[in-house]
Design a protein around this ligand. Sequence first.
Ligand code: HEM
Length: 475
Amino acid sequence: MKERKNKAKRRTSLRARAFSVGQRRRVFRTCRALPAQVSEEAGHIFTIRLLNQYLTIIMDPHCYEKFAKEKNFDFDPIQKQVNNNVFSFELKGARKMISEAGKKVNGRYLSSGMESFAKNLQDAFRVFTKSSASNADYNGNVSAEGDAGAEWRREGLRMMTSKTLFSALFYTIFGRSVDPSGEEKVKDFNPQIFHEKFDIFHKFFNYLWIGLPVNLFPKACDALKVLCQQPTSYDMLQRDGSDQDIMGHNLVFLHVNYNSFRVAFWCVYKMVEEPHVLRDLEKELREAIEDRQAEKDESVAFTLEDIDKLPLLDSFLKETLRVTSGVFMVRYCSEDTDFEMSNGEKYTVRKGDRVAMYPPCIHMDPEIFEDPEVFKHDRFVNTTFSKYEKELKNPVFTFGSLCPGKRISMLQTKWFLMNLINSFSLELPEGQKTSPNTAFYGHEILPPVNDVQVHFRPKEGAPVLAFSPRRYYSS
Ligand code: HEM
């Protein structure tokens, strides 16, 4: 009886709201606020209409595990919708391919993947340090502290992250050309060009996702043309990888490229925005280096476990993910499904509707996170979080429940930050400020409203951080 009443209630008082184009634009802009406002009125589960689709949003964070396990909440049709609407292609044997992609970044591949990434990152930092020295447009001393007389340089943070983290990811995924001339056979197959085109293409992601044709956006079409100029399978097989590597490439690439790049951007920004954050992270790393460094050793080895044993860095990364997530966890409901909330109430989700959880809203819930608008780098050190006086198993779910790349992305980002902090002094010049662009809610990680400049200079005598695949790490 209760179920029926709830169902009826949902169909009447929570009747799906339809949005005009103007309202829809506002929805994307104020997306985080909107479910929170509706939730106040309508409770912890409600339905809205977006174009011709009904979307039931579950706001109770304790439902996360049940939501993730519900077999009638299917991600495949969503994945197909994204690939079809956004990239105009259908993955053949999508499940197998996704599962292969997942395997390639977990279990015994995790360590070898990290080893390859660490090597490419070292190369990228080397090239970056050299090229930024020759292109430096700022050589003055900007701080009284640190290495007196060392040369400060200036770079846009997006470009800096692109030349370091993104380049390393690019070469880890695609390998390097084995053409003896060193030239890439495929025109424009280069990390910075790819990055630039992805940037353009992603601006249109939300419009394409909801079904508007790509031809309406000539800039997106031009960018896509370049992105499709990848090496052929034959070319790829000439590189260090196997045909298995190639299978997961395109899919993995989309995620790694964009999400990891954006996370790294935000981490560096958050590190320099408040100088004490960088100082605390530097201290933690210095102590970890001292613990592992034999006298006069130039190189200090870190295993996967060692990387994970830096509680402040871990908390800092989680806090960054908390404040920059934009993702909706969306599923297609394949059967009428009775869904039980954490207070025991049951609701029926209709077959054919979309059903979602909305991490950004939960991440900003003041009942869970004290002063949620404030960035606290140590928020996650030795703490638990609760809602309705019950501890939450997963307070931050930027990666949704399905992402197989969570482990490796977290490790790669940490390794990138450790290397950056170890090798460079960093400062945010006065007046440089940015924030997440709320027009892009729906993206896993929000882009910034604008780029910022950063000052940096190589630290003299910094030890080399070496990644050690020594110990097998089970995920
Ligand atoms: C910061 C980096 C990343 C973020 C924030 C991120 C986020 C996400 C999110 C939110 C989803 C949807 C999950 C859901 O709705 O439950 C997802 C799915 C997925 N991600 Fe990631 N991801 C990242 C990196 C990666 C990497 C490195 C890989 C490499 C394998 C990857 C592969 C995938 C795949 C294959 C799926 C689809 C899973 C399925 O259909 O079962 N992601 N990711």
